[in-house]
Structures are given as structure tokens and as C-alpha cells.
Design a binder for this molecule. Structure first.
Ligand code: SAM
Length: 465
């Protein structure tokens, strides 16, 4: 991008802020943008066979601040490779990888990602949590929440709930609940100018002020939801002080029990990345407000010794699934409480019922209440795509593996059926180099394609890969 296209008020503000360094900073906008991907360690470690194959194919080089993060350069198109469909990695701007690393959630914790779509930080948090505990991923805009849910499913995450609520709606329900909160705030996007020229035309000083006010509002809800003794990361992809340091100091002044542990900037003229601001804050353990006991988040009653009361139709539905799984998924060990939405059966993460209660979800938009197990048809089960994506091949009674570069895999990803040995019969987990991509149903030498229609790939798209 040409430096002349930057808003004059932005250039002037950055010159004032950076002094002699401003030229190097402004010059960075004329250079090609940096691109990265982060391996999904729920599926595979960076050293594993498919990851090594991806590293060689895309010429990956490590991102210094994220052990699972790598740079790639044009003309590599990892977003178009079947490994992407299989959830082996998430395409993420490298500086943005610093935020979840700083929050460093532990397996088993209760974690909130308050502004989560499309899912870069959520999928990173889920990896760091090793799929254990509870992750609530929220996105205020319903259409973006759908994309978030798709990414959560693609990466095979089973301990996350995807909600679509305002921060206020959430803080009224989940006060004092979370060990860690990620607030990757909506911002004026000065770090997006190189990637997205539309961000340049939306920028103005008034927009910066509006963003800062909105960030302040969201931070107050985040505060209410953080447990005493808990940690929070506030991040943005913008450079001005108002939305970064000044928002944080306004916050710590208003809430003296919040201590700023560290705040860092990744600058595009210092590091290889588009730039990010990240701040880690800690809430004092003896904080008096927002505790679960006061908020009533943990309700006694409504929950028996063995978990929530289960409605008869739900019990039947779960029994139907369990009977199916006993035959078809001998290695399945999903833990949690079943929930039924229409004909869709979900498995709410166990930690949700242990720590909270399902009444908290009443009236809330929950595009994904944990792991989607199945669609219940009249006298049969149709296993959900999300279930396939969460499995290891050995957990299914049958799996059928395709090579990443095979024409069969391309045909499968376009939604076509495959000819298979006649002995293969029934629900089959279809994998690419050992990584699930979907269900297929085998009968009489044909494997019928159950990859959801919306995820099927157009022929031209694959050829561009
Ligand atoms: N964390 C995401 C990721 O890593 O993929 C990116 C989040 S983006 C920087 C900020 C998100 O905040 C957007 O998805 C936007 O829809 C959402 N948002 C906008 N207004 C909001 C509000 N008032 N409260 C909460 N979230 C809001």
C-alpha cells in the first residue's frame, strides 16, 4: 500500500507518538503483509507427520513468540489445502498469536473469549487448554458467531460453548465465573491497513474515540465476569494510545483491584507481523465484587447429585445415541451432559455442569452448546459433522483414509461419493493422512458423502490450491 493513502490525521498522530521511528513505521505499510498459520495441537503437534508435510509444502518458518505458530509466504495457499479442511491449522496473523500465549490458560480452567469471531484466539486458547475444562466463546454478531462455530467445529474442539450475546447479557449470567478472560476488543484496526484497505476508509479520529468508549463498556462487563484471583488479556490490532494504554489506565484507576502485570506492543517495523497491543491484568484475590456466590451463577437445586435433572425425551435421545455409539464409536469417551435442541443432540462439557448450571443458558443464543453429537431422526441416528471432527481415527469402528494429494480426496471434498471395497459397510470416518474430514456411509461398494453441503469445495477452488 502507498503511504500517501494513509489518513493524514493518522500519519500526524503516529509521527507525534513515534518521533524518529515514525518513518520506519509508516514505511512498513508499503511492504507485503505477513501471513501465518498456527498448528492445532488438539489434532497434531508441530513435529507430527502431517505437520511436517505441511511445513515442507508451505515453506514454514517459526513465529518467535508462539511455539505452534509459523510464517508462510506467497504463493503458498494453506487455506486451500485439504489439511485446512481437516483442522490441522488455523490461518492467523502472526502478531495476533501473542495474545493467547500471554493469557496462557491451563487445561481444566474456566475461560471466556468475549469477542471471539472468527476464532483465532478461541482456537488458540482451546489448544493451550488441551481440550480440558470449559471455554465459552462469545460473539455479539449472529452471522459472525456462525463462522466462529464452524471454526470451533473444524478444529475438533469439544469443550467449548459458542454463545452470541452482548457483554452485558453475559455478565448478568456469568458474574465472577471465569479464571481467565480474553478480550480481543473491536478497535479502529490501524494494524489492518495493509491487509484490508477498507479499514483505511473507515478510520477517523471520531471512530477512534467511539472505539475507546465501546472498549471501556466491554471492559466493565469483563471485570464483572472475572473471578477474584483471575487474569485477563486485553488486546487490539490498533496503535493509538487512546484505545490501548489510556483505556487500560482508565480501567485500573476505576478498578483498583485490577493490577496491570504487563503491556506490550508488537510493532510492524520491529517484528515480522501486522502489529498488536496486548495487556495482561490480574484481579486481586480478595476482590469483593462479582463473585459467583453473589451473582447466583452457581445455583443450588435443579441439579441432583448425578448432574442436572434429565427430561424423559432427552434421556431417550441420549440412550439412542449411546446405543449407536456403543457399536459405531467403540473408543468414544466424551464426557458431559446431554442437551437436546429440536432434533440436535449436544454434549455440554462436564465442567459446565460442575461449575455452573444449564438454567444460565435460558434465553441466551447458543449456536453451539458444546459438542454436537447427532441429529436424531425418527428411528435412526445421523452423527454430526462436529463429532467426526473431534475424533481420533481409532475411536470409530471404521475409517477410510485418503492421501492429501489424491484425486479421491479432491472428489470427496467436492461432495462426491467414492467407490470403496464392498466389505466396508456403515458409518465410516473419512480421514486425510489420519485427520478426520467428515462422515461417509458405506453400502454395496459406495461411500456416500456426508460432508455438510456448506463446506464442500468448488472445483476451481481446489485447483487454485
Ligand atoms: N478474537 C477474534 C479472533 O481472534 O479471531 C477477533 C475479534 S475482533 C478483533 C472483535 C470482535 O468484537 C468482532 O468479531 C466484533 O463483531 C465484536 N464486537 C463488535 N462490537 C462489540 C461489542 N459491543 N461487544 C462485544 N463484541 C463486539
Amino acid at each position: 500500500m502507498n503511504e500517501e493513502r494513509l489518513p493524514a490525521a493518522f500519519t500526524a498522530a503516529m509521527k507525534e507518538m513515534l518521533g524518529q521511528e515514525a518513518d520506519a513505521f509508516l514505511h512498513s505499510y508499503t511492504l507485503p503483509r505477513t501471513q501465518g498459520l498456527r498448528f492445532n495441537t488438539l489434532k497434531s503437534t508441530p513435529g507430527s507427520a502431517p505437520a511436517a508435510q505441511a511445513a515442507a509444502l508451505f515453506g514454514l518458518t517459526p513465529v518467535p513468540w508462539c511455539p505452534s505458530g509459523y510464517y508462510y509466504e506467497d504463493p503458498a495457499r494453506p487455506g486451500r489445502h485439504p489439511f485446512h479442511a481437516a483442522g490441522l491449522y488455523y490461518i492467523q496473523e502472526p502478531s495476533a498469536m501473542s495474545a493467547a500465549e500471554l493469557l496462557a490458560p491451563l487445561p481444566g480452567e474456566t475461560v471466556l473469549d468475549l469477542a471471539a469471531a472468527p476464532g483465532g484466539k478461541t482456537t488458540h486458547l482451546a489448544s493451550l487448554m488441551q481440550g480440558q475444562g470449559l471455554l465459552v466463546s462469545n460473539e455479539i454478531h449472529p452471522e459472525r458467531a456462525k463462522i466462529l462455530a464452524e471454526n470451533v467445529e473444524r478444529l475438533g474442539i469439544s469443550h467449548a460453548l459458542v454463545t452470541s450475546a452482548t457483554p452485558g447479557e453475559l455478565s448478568r449470567r456469568f458474574a465472577g465465573v471465569f479464571d481467565r478472560i480474553m478480550l480481543d476488543a473491536p478497535c479502529s484496526g490501524e494494524g489492518m491497513f495493509r491487509k484490508d484497505p477498507a479499514a483505511v476508509s473507515e478510520w477517523s479520529l471520531d471512530h477512534v474515540k467511539m472505539c475507546a468508549e465501546r472498549q471501556w463498556d466491554i471492559l466493565q462487563d469483563a471485570y464483572l465476569m472475572l473471578k477474584p484471583g483471575g487474569s485477563m488479556v486485553y488486546s487490539t490490532c490498533t496503535f493509538n494510545r487512546l484505545e490501548n494504554e489510556e483505556t487500560i489506565s482508565r480501567f485500573t484507576r476505576a478498578y483498583p483491584d485490577m493490577e496491570l502485570i504487563t503491556q506490550k506492543r508488537l510493532w510492524p517495523h520491529h517484528e515480522k507481523g501486522e502489529g498488536h497491543f496486548v495487556a495482561l491484568l490480574h484481579k486481586a484475590a480478595a476482590s469483593g465484587s462479582g463473585e459467583a456466590e453473589r451473582s447466583g451463577s452457581k445455583r443450588s437445586g435443579g441439579k441432583g447429585k448425578n448432574g442436572p435433572r434429565v427430561h424423559a425425551s432427552l434421556r431417550d435421545a441420549y440412550q439412542q445415541f449411546s446405543d449407536w455409539a456403543a457399536k459405531e464409536l467403540p473408543g468414544f469417551n466424551g464426557q458431559g451432559s446431554p442437551l437436546l435442541f429440536g432434533e440436535s443432540l449436544y454434549l455440554l462439557p462436564e465442567a459446565f455442569n460442575e461449575r455452573l448450571h444449564t438454567g444460565l443458558l435460558d434465553g441466551l443464543k447458543v449456536p453451539r452448546a458444546g459438542l454436537h453429537l447427532a441429529h436424531l431422526k425418527k428411528n435412526r441416528i445421523e452423527p454430526a459433522h462436529a463429532l467426526a471432527m473431534s475424533l481420533q481415527p481409532g475411536q470409530a469402528a471404521r475409517h477410510y483414509d485418503l492421501a492429501a494429494d489424491s484425486p479421491e480426496l479432491q472428489a470427496w471434498l467436492r461432495g462426491e461419493s467414492l467407490a470403496v471395497p464392498a466389505e466396508l459397510h456403515g458409518w465410516t470416518l473419512v480421514t486425510v493422512e489420519g485427520l478426520p474430514v467428515s462422515w461417509g456411509k458405506a453400502s454395496l461398494g459406495q461411500l456416500k458423502n456426508h460432508l455438510p453441503k456448506g463446506l464442500r469445495i468448488q472445483k476451481a477452488h481446489l485447483e487454485e490450491a
